[in-house]
Design a protein around this ligand. Structure first.
Ligand code: ZN
Ligand code: ZN
Length: 334
């Protein structure tokens, strides 16, 4: 099979021919039809994830078909349409696992980081890290939903927001354009916050009831004028932008951070005390969360805006993502 490999931390992609991997007991082999390129692939490319070893095939937004199953696998069979995301498996025996907190597993695997990912024609994945893909979802559309999708969907559905509540999505990009669709479909009064006024039409077409041009308007003031946000889903990885919305939360409101900024977020404790509010974080989900995301997306017609590239163009495709030029998610089709 062909695979795009990072030979060493910070190295350029290289194409290699490899044996198609045999699934170990408990593993599933997936014939990859699509694999999204996510900003977190930087961890694999630049070697910034603790303990990562090389060569490594990145990619944790994998959609395809089960091609073979290892011993003891009962949940999946050849030809099933499946996907795999960031959470690449768990041990079932550590304390967090015993409490059902699989995402916090002390021995957790990460697809494309602790084992080879989806920038390849085939990948083997632990059975518990596999999600079923609905028939009416294209593989290329499903791929980004397995990371950007589950992150925003899961953050919103685990928040305290109820239908009718004011929910803002900060940033209209790879995560935000999905967050807006989920917020709208969930029945929230949905606000898009962006520093790019040219994104207003798009934001409204994705379900935003209000658009705040944060380049000209104080987003916190606008949110307070609308009654105060129950949730602000912060998707833009800029600490000053996130700091600027904290004062926009209402009673028991929270800012839920899903994009990781490079610097600490500034918070006025008066706001937190006055609202009983908080600034929280949320990261992706396990495979069943991913499957819920895919099923809801198919049900409510939530789709990512994608650019697709053949595996041969991995360098250019990765560059589109890094330069923030893609609209909005980049997907490889091996
Ligand atoms: Zn990701
Ligand atoms: Zn565990």
């Amino acid at each position: 099979m062909r695979a795009a490999v990072v030979p060493e931390a910070g190295g350029d992609f290289e194409f290699v021919e490899r044996e198609i991997p045999e699934p170990d007991p408990g593993e599933v082999r997936i014939a990859v039809e699509a694999c999204g390129i996510c900003h977190s692939d930087v961890f694999a490319k630049e070697g910034t994830y603790p303990g990562i070893s090389y060569p490594r095939v990145p990619g944790h937004e994998i959609a395809g078909r089960v091609d073979a199953v290892g011993d003891r696998v009962t949940a999946w069979a050849e030809d099933d349409r499946v996907g795999a995301g960031w959470h690449g498996g768990h041990c079932f025996t550590c304390d967090p696992c015993r409490r059902g907190n699989f995402l916090q597993c002390e021995n957790g695997e990460i697809t494309g980081i602790t084992f080879d990912g989806g920038y390849a024609e085939y990948v083997t994945v632990p059975s518990e890290a596999v999600a079923s893909v609905p028939d009416d979802l294209d593989a290329a559309d499903a791929a980004p939903l397995l990371c950007a999708g589950v992150t925003t969907f899961n953050a919103l559905r685990n928040s305290d927001a109820q239908p009718g509540d004011l929910v803002a999505v900060q940033g209209v990009g790879g995560l935000g354009h999905l967050g807006l669709q989920y917020a709208h479909a969930a029945g929230y009064e949905t606000v898009a916050i962006s520093r790019s006024p040219d994104k207003e039409d798009l934001a409204r077409s994705l379900g935003a009831d209000h658009f705040v041009n944060a380049a000209e308007t104080d987003p916190a003031e606008r949110l307070q004028a609308l009654g105060g946000a129950r949730v602000v889903l912060a998707t833009a990885p800029a600490s000053d932008a996130i700091s600027s919305v904290v004062d926009g939360i209402g009673i028991d409101g929270s800012v839920v951070v899903v994009g990781v900024p490079g610097a600490p977020i500034e918070v006025d404790a008066n706001t937190l005390i006055g609202t009983r509010g908080g600034v929280e974080g949320w990261g992706s989900g396990h495979a069943r969360d991913s499957q819920d995301t895919l099923e809801f997306s198919a049900l409510r017609d939530v789709t990512p805006e994608i650019e697709t590239y053949p595996l041969d163009d991995v360098e250019a495709a990765y560059e589109r993502m890094i330069e923030n030029e893609a609209r909005f998610r980049v997907v490889l089709e091996p």
